[in-house]
Design a protein around this ligand. Sequence first.
Ligand code: GRG
Length: 294
Amino acid sequence: MDAAYLEARCRLVDAALDRFLPKAKTRPATIHEAMRYSLFAGGKRLRPVLCLASTEACGGSVEAALPPAAAVECIHTYSLIHDDLPCMDDDDLRRGRPTCHVKYGEGIAVLAGDALLTLAFEILAQTAPSRRHGVAGYVSELAVASGSRHLIGGQVLDLEGEGSDILLSPAQLRYIHESKTAALLTTSIRLGAMTANATPAKLAALSTYGRSLGLAFQIIDDILDVTSTPEKLGKSVGKDEATAKSTYPALYGLEKSRKEAAKLTKQAHDALKPFAKKAERLHEIADYLLDRDY
Ligand code: GRG
């Protein structure tokens, strides 16, 4: 992956987020500070970068895709803040910093998550419609991916599986990964394409890419929980094993999990055939995610 491209994209996304977010001093300052604290803590910006690369693959303008790119990062950050709360995963470290509730208290952390969730839709509503896709379509796309059938639904199943000493079946595990991880990644990609007036056929191909990429991404995330360090990842590690959580490494072992991630990444590449050279960045991102060590 071209590091200069990634850095430039992250800078563009960060500048857009800074513009879209209320200033830290806007009253009541605590909530705006807390939102900014978690949002600007150094995430990989994977979802917005995918959104912009997908726009490029469809021949659209990166500028026009900045609102959806910022919106998906707000949703993602909200989900991390809430996932780290004591009533969920109870984590102290995220993106290399104390988690939002450790820094600001639980009440403010809940509200900072809520505020980022609602702000995401405020930002998304500012996206210009394309010929085939209107603002209602954008809003519906993000609402469905973030709602009880996908992002939140996956978290519910994860919560219900906690404390159980029975490993989930492969189909159940895949369903959780699809809901919790792949759905928002796919929607980030689809929104970028929608702003570029993508045809239904292109959207279908990008959905296949997103689903395969999202599943591979989650498997690698689970592998890194076993093999990496908090210094590298900026979050706690080893928790899955300690809590006997059902993950790919727990079900299949590390080697088989790596093979599955590689197979899914190949499927992601294959889905991009209709885009030929235009999908170069999407291909690079898929390889970069498979090979990452953080
Ligand atoms: C709505 C509370 C709530 C949760 C939804 C998304 C989610 C479920 C929980 C967040 C924690 C988690 C393990 C999510 C799975 C997806 C994933 C691996 C997130 C980490 O994403 P990265 O690596 O993070 O892109 P950065 O910090 O780089 O943005």
